[in-house]
Design a protein around this ligand. Structure first.
Ligand code: HEM
Length: 408
């Protein structure tokens, strides 16, 4: 590792409380600079929007294959490091290059194109309504735990065609992964078992769902390949969508520019969601790449086989962006760019917008009771630790009793 002794840390309390301070320190060291992303794990992090666009489109120089990671191969990364959950190689499209990436990506995109957007909206609406009905009588809730974390999981269980019992287990396992506590590794293993069961079920009895479509796709993906793509699909999809819902709601409730205009409905919600993508990117630092050989990125030497992360968060607040750019354009890198750009921006938008609108429609006199909370720990996601609110309590509603999630 050629990093200087003390470099900004993208984990821990200080980073969770004031991430912009770490990004400012990184920027002052150059368009790409060393950071510590977990205890004793170092990486280069790109904070310049222009340098990030260059890297993300230069597949000849940069690879996504984390089997190249020299420090991991030499045993210099602690084997229990929390970053390994997302950075260690899996045979999914996220870590694939070139023709192999294209093959997996086309299969995933073709199957995603079969998700009916109106059905997605209705499914999201139904789950959101049930979750809100459960909290409505209390007059207070932590919308992070009681709503934002759970809703995308319920929607994904439906997209995958999970039978009800499997959906409940999937939600529990994924909540264990999100919790990132002592049981996270067990929860990840449980999740893989659940996906294997689901693929077996759909092989025997296909339905109009994403899992069956992947099994039937002409690319001819095998059992293990489908399992890894589904793992990536759910893993890549649920946590940032939860973060987008939470940060969107938080902005709408705490910023007077929006709070005063909530009667503006959909337009106001969408504007707040777009602003979040610039100012509080749900994926904070990700898009891990490895240089195939020693190279330079915008004047900075990049050694081969060290992780280079894109700071989706810092590139959105890059002071070198043109002044007056505003938030109503899509030039941000919250979805990344290049061949690994998120394939699901429209689906994620439907889920997040429906979620936010349901909360605002159903819970009246909604007020934040914990303004200014820090983010959850860790370098990858940008998500508030909590979203405590109070609102006018409502009588119990029959919708609350209905089961949450899964097909019967
Ligand atoms: C329906 C919800 C979502 C699904 C199904 C989904 C799925 C995926 C998948 C499969 C990839 C890997 C693409 C590849 O490697 O070719 C990906 C990448 C990515 N997604 Fe999403 N995603 C969702 C929501 C989001 C949200 C809300 C954000 C943040 C605003 C986001 C940001 C990203 C980023 C930054 C990448 C690039 C990762 C990398 O290059 O390593 N995604 N997404």
């Amino acid at each position: 590792m050629t990093a200087a002794a003390a470099v900004p840390r993208l984990f821990g309390d200080a980073f969770a409380t004031a991430p912009e301070e770490a990004y400012a320190a990184l920027r002052s060291a150059g368009p790409v600079a060393w950071a510590e992303i977990a205890e004793s794990v170092h990486a280069l992090v790109v904070t310049s929007h222009r340098a990030a666009v260059s890297l993300l489109n230069d597949t000849a120089t940069f690879s996504k294959d984390s089997r190249r990671w020299a420090a991991l191969n030499s045993g210099d990364v602690p084997p229990d490091s929390p970053v390994l959950a997302l950075m260690a190689f899996r045979p999914s499209l996220l870590y694939a290059d070139g023709a192999e990436h294209e093959r997996l990506r086309v299969a995933l995109e073709d199957c995603m194109a079969r998700i009916d957007i109106h059905e997605l909206l209705e499914t999201t609406q139904a789950h959101a309504d049930r979750l809100v009905s459960r909290i409505a009588p209390a007059g207070r809730a932590d919308l992070m735990v009681d709503f934002a974390d759970t809703l995308p999981l319920l929607v994904f269980a439906d997209i995958l065609g999970c039978p009800a019992e499997l959906a409940v287990r999937m939600v529990t396992a994924c909540q264990g992964i999100i919790g990132a506590g002592a049981t996270a590794a067990q929860a990840a293993a449980d999740f893989a078992h659940i996906l294997a069961e689901l693929i077996e079920t759909k092989t025997a009895d296909p339905g109009p769902d994403f899992t069956s479509w992947m099994l039937q796709h002409p690319a001819g993906l095998g059992f293990e390949e489908i399992l890894h793509q589904l793992y990536c699909f759910v893993g890549a999809g649920t946590i940032p969508t939860a973060a987008w819902i939470a940060s969107g709601l938080r902005l709408l409730l705490e910023d007077d520019a929006y709070a005063g205009d909530l009667t503006g409905g959909t337009v106001t919600v969408r504007r707040a969601m777009e602003k979040v993508l610039w100012t509080r990117s749900p994926m904070a630092n990700f898009s891990v790449h490895f240089a195939r050989r020693a190279t330079m990125l915008h004047g900075v030497p990049v050694p081969p086989d060290v992780p280079v992360l894109i700071s989706h968060a810092a590139t959105g607040t890059d002071p070198a962006l043109p002044p007056g750019l505003g938030y109503d354009n899509r030039a941000h890198l919250a979805w990344s760019a290049g061949p690994h750009r998120c394939p699901a921006d429209s689906q994620a938008g439907v889920i997040a917008q429906t979620a936010i609108e349901t909360v605002l429609d159903r819970l009246w006199n909604l007020e934040l009771t914990d303004p200014g909370v820090p983010n959850r720990h860790g370098p990858f996601h940008q998500c508030p630790v909590s979203l405590n609110v109070r609102f006018r309590p409502q009588p119990a509603d029959a919708r609350a009793a209905a089961p949450t999630g899964g097909r019967t």
